[in-house]
Design a protein. Structure first.
Length: 155
């Protein structure tokens, strides 16, 4: 197992998709409350987007409680992807991204595992992944919204 990077060392181009796909708004609210931080309010963006942006900004604080809480949660949520990367290397984890199939199972987990992977190879792979994830992230978010709407209307 290679040493893992800390959250404040993660490539910024990966953080927003990781946060957006890993947490629902109420989960981010709970993290803010647990860290004793006020909920972000921004007239320029919806609350969920403001929370992702504020969480991303807080993750740059090396010793910030919110950064540590978010990192711990991401490690727990995406432990299977982290273990897969440690056991099998990046190929099986990243291959679905490069196939261009649209929705990729556990995209956030794949991104978090790679983003925190301490192997020198990660520095070469992250820019390639960042360039590839846009379509996959939009497809994944679209699928999530569709599932949430279905659940809402099926009640």
């Amino acid at each position: 197992m290679s040493d893992r990077l800390r959250i404040w060392q993660v490539d910024c181009g990966l953080m927003d998709p990781i946060l957006s796909l890993s947490f629902e708004r109420r989960e981010l609210e709970n993290l803010f409350t647990s860290a004793g931080q006020p909920l972000p309010r921004c007239a320029c963006a919806p609350l969920a987007q403001s929370m992702v942006l504020a969480t991303h900004a807080a993750c740059h604080e090396r010793h910030g409680l919110l950064a540590n809480l978010v990192e711990s949660q991401l490690d727990v949520i995406h432990s299977a992807a982290i273990d897969q990367l440690d056991e099998e290397g990046p190929g099986p984890l990243l291959h679905p991204l490069w196939e261009g199939r649209g929705v990729v199972g556990d995209l956030a987990g794949r991104l978090w595992a790679l983003a925190t992977w301490g192997d020198p190879l990660a520095k070469e792979l992250v820019p390639q992944v960042r360039a590839t994830i846009s379509l996959a992230a939009w497809c994944e978010l679209g699928a999530r919204i569709s599932r949430e709407r279905t659940q809402l209307f099926d009640r």
